[in-house]
Write a protein that binds this ligand. Sequence first.
Ligand SMILES: Cc1ncc(COP(=O)(O)O)c(C=O)c1O
Length: 384
Amino acid sequence: MKLPRKHSAEGATIFTVMSALAQQHNAINLSQGFPDFPIDERLGQLVFEATNKDFNQYAPMPGLPVLREAIAKDFANRYNVEVDPDTEVTITPGATYAIYTAFTSILQAGDEVIVLEPAYDSYIPNIETNGAKAIVVSLTAPSFSVDWDKVRDAITDSTKAIIINTPHNPTGAVWSKEDWDKLADLVRDTEIFILSDEVYEQLIFDGKQHNTVLQHEELRKRSFALYSFGKVFHNTGWKIGYCIAPPELTQAFRRIHQFLCFSVNTPAQYALATYMQGNLPAVSNMMQLKRDFFLELLKGTDFFIHQPASGSYFQTVSYANISDIPDFEFAQWLTKEYGVATIPISAFYGNKKDDKLIRFCFAKKEETIKEAFEKLARLKPETV
Ligand SMILES: Cc1ncc(COP(=O)(O)O)c(C=O)c1O
C-alpha cells in the first residue's frame, strides 16, 4: 500500500536525534529545550488536590473556565490588555498543537505562509500537512533581525499567513515595537493572518520588554497568539498551552480543536489555574542568571557568541574558531567525543544553511552547566 507524504521533513526531529545520541553516549544534554530542575513543589501538589477534589473527567472543550479567567487576569496585569476568557482563550495540549490548529483553521490547499528562518521545526511540516506552501525568508545573521524588504518581496496574492516567533528559538532574539509596526505596515491592506508564537514571553533578559501581538491594536484583529505553560513553569512534559485570538478567529480555531483532541487534561488545568492565583516566581530573573552563568563559563573556551540571548532558553554559539566541519557533524562529534549534546542551527533552515553555529540550552541546573564546561575545557582547535 502506498502511504501519502504529508510534508517534506525527513525522519525524526533533530531534538529526538540529538537527545538519543546524548543518551547513547551518556552526554550532558544541552540540546533539547527542557529544564532539568524540579517544578515548584506546590504546583505538583495541586495536581493531587485536583484528583482528590474529583477534577478527573473531561474539561469543557475550550478549557476550564477558572484557567481561562486566570490567563485573562494575567494578561491584564502584565500587559494591560483585555482578553475575554470565554470568547478569546482556548486551552490546548501544548503550543505545538495550538500552532497546528491555528494553521488548520485558516489554510487551504495552494495557500502560502511566510516563515522567517531559522524557525522552530514544526512550522513547515504543519503548513505542508495542510496542503499549503511555506515561503521562507531568512533572518539576517548574526543579529537575526528581520529584513522587511525581503518579507515584502515574499508576499503574493496567495499569502494567507505569516508566522513569527519572539523571543526567538533558536537565536534568543527579541522583537521591538518597531518590528510589530513594520509588520502592520506590510499587512495593512491584505487578508493575511498572523500566528505569533510567544512561548518564551516570560523569559526575557537585561530589562527588555516582551511586546505581545495582543498589545498591537491593529495586528491583534488578525492574530492567533500562542503560548506554553511548559516554558514558564518548567513543566514541559505537561504539554499545556493556549491560544488567544479575537472571537471570530477563536471560533474557527475551536471548530478544529473540538474534533482534534476536544479537551485537555483536567487535573493539570485545575493545578495551573490554582497556582496562578498565588505569587508567581520571577522566572526571567532566574533564567537570566542561568544565561549569565553559561556565558561566563563560555568565556573560558574557544567558542564565541555574536550577541547574548535576549530571551528564551537558548544561546547560539559559533564554533568557527574551533573547526570548519558542517554544524551537524560538529554537534555529533561534540556529543560523542566530549560528552556535550547541542543542536546544529542548520536544522532550523529548510535548506540546512550552515553558519557554523550550534544552540546550547541553558535552562539547566548550575551543576549541569558546570559539568558540561568541565568536559568542554579539554576542547581546543588542535584537537578536532
Ligand atoms: C518556538 C517554540 N514554539 C513552540 C514550542 C512548543 O511548545 P509546547 O511544548 O508547549 O508544545 C517550542 C518548544 O520548544 C518552541 O521552542
